[in-house]
Design a protein. Structure first.
Length: 425
């Protein structure tokens, strides 16, 4: 097939339509956050199909088998999960008081404002930086890793609480959250608005499955916010790369942007499949190395208990860029090939699908069974974590340690606020 961008769009549309139609059977809401799992996995598979002429045909078929196994694990585990049991629990147990939401929201706002201000004073506005993640890693060095991990964990539940309480919040109470959001955009770069959309959908699921409220969703509104988020990302990319990419006009930049949003999710997997012998000689993957690299290191390394080790994404990044850059990660399809081989890679994809469904059930269970604020925070974490599974398993595992620190800090703050409240009576 001729490698024309139109062909890629046709392939993506076809693969996404089938994937989304299968996954819609388990959506909790009309527009479910799993939409992003469907989109990302479709982009990865489509990239392989797009480059099929340069990849061995048996490997292309194996990727399709892995995709089918992933969807099967997702659906089968969902059907076996006892969601009906949760529906029988009294609705009154799940009510959140607006005052409690607001206290937690303001506490997180102040935590993030401190972090964002320090980042801004040290590095300037990261929104205009070529690589905001690089500066965040620089900030995390020299004993500041603890603060950085707390801040990384704060932004997700903070957005969650702001969206959850926004309609019932007065304009006076919205001032601090608005300042926090502006600072988050300035200190986190171009992807923050897309995260905002994802967390908005997570809030809809929380209202529907935990609070038992009706959550209004509109395809038109989602499309509008999506266009704004992508437009914002284009603008920031142009500011960062535009002058370096073109001198004769902006068409080169536009093609660069389209290439990034279309092929980047599958670039790591395509690169690996085209150069398997090279990477296998370096990575020497097996199940024991997978357990160490992906289950132990992401949790222990931030605590400086073990050393970071080269992973699939890092080696592919070195191969593509010639420097020790991160990614692009080949996602669970590539990790399945590397660590479990062509015979059992499909089973790994099936297990990832199962794990996503299990985490969805645990998220709803936590929201229903735990205390309102803690349950809401755990729900937000688990739901965002399960979305990370389809893009980057390392990020998913690293979130465990980040969020553990975060929950500990929140718990201490809540105890302190309770003591102050009792003392002032």
């Amino acid at each position: 097939m001729n490698n024309h961008p139109v062909n890629f769009l046709i392939i993506v549309t076809f693969v996404f339509f089938i994937t989304n139609q299968v996954m819609k059977k388990i959506y909790f809401t009309k527009i479910d956050p799993l939409l992003f799992v469907a989109l990302h996995s479709s982009l990865v598979v489509s990239s392989v199909l797009y480059e099929a002429a340069h990849i061995k045909q048996n490997l292309v078929l194996l990727v399709l088998l892995m995709h089918f196994s992933f969807l099967s694990g997702l659906i089968i585990t969902h059907l076996l999960s006892p969601y009906n049991y949760l529906l029988n629990i009294s609705k009154s147990q799940n009510r959140l008081k607006n005052s409690a939401i607001r206290r937690a929201m303001f506490m997180l706002c102040f935590l993030y404002i401190i972090y964002g201000t320090v980042i801004w004073l040290k590095f300037g506005l990261l929104i205009f930086a070529d690589d905001p993640e690089y500066y965040k890693l620089q900030f995390a060095a020299g004993g500041l890793g603890f603060i950085s991990r707390i801040a990384a964990a704060v932004i997700l539940p903070l957005f969650f609480l702001i969206i959850l309480d926004w309609e019932k919040c007065s304009w006076r109470c919205r001032i601090i959250p608005i300042i926090t959001l502006i600072l988050a955009v300035a200190s986190s770069g171009k992807s923050i608005l897309i995260q905002f959309i994802i967390i908005g959908l997570i809030v809809s699921v929380y209202k529907t499955k935990v609070l038992r409220e009706k959550a209004y969703q509109s395809y038109a509104k989602l499309a509008l916010f999506g266009v704004l988020a992508i437009g914002f990302a284009m603008f920031v990319l142009y500011l960062a790369y535009g002058d370096a990419l073109n001198s004769d006009g902006q068409l080169i930049f536009l093609s660069f942007f389209l290439e990034r949003i279309s092929t980047a999710p599958g670039l790591g997997l395509v690169t690996y499949l085209q150069n398997m012998s090279y990477f296998d000689g370096i990575l020497k993957g097996d199940v024991y190395r997978y357990i160490w690299n992906y289950l132990i290191v992401p949790i222990m390394a931030p605590l400086r208990l073990v050393e970071y080790v080269p992973t699939v994404g890092r080696e592919i990044g070195i191969y593509i860029t010639g420097a020790e850059d991160y990614g692009p990660n080949p996602t669970f399809y590539g990790e399945g090939f590397v660590y479990f081989g062509v015979l059992f890679g499909w089973f790994y994809a099936f297990a990832i699908g199962c794990l996503i469904s299990i985490l969805r059930y645990l998220a709803v269970t936590a929201g229903v069974m735990l205390s309102p604020i803690v349950g809401a925070l755990v729900f937000a974490y688990l739901y965002f974590a399960l979305l990370a599974l389809s893009t980057d398993f390392l990020v998913f595992m690293a979130m465990i340690s980040s969020y553990s620190f975060f929950i500990f800090v929140v718990y201490i703050c809540l105890i302190f606020m309770r003591i102050v409240k009792v003392a002032t009576k």
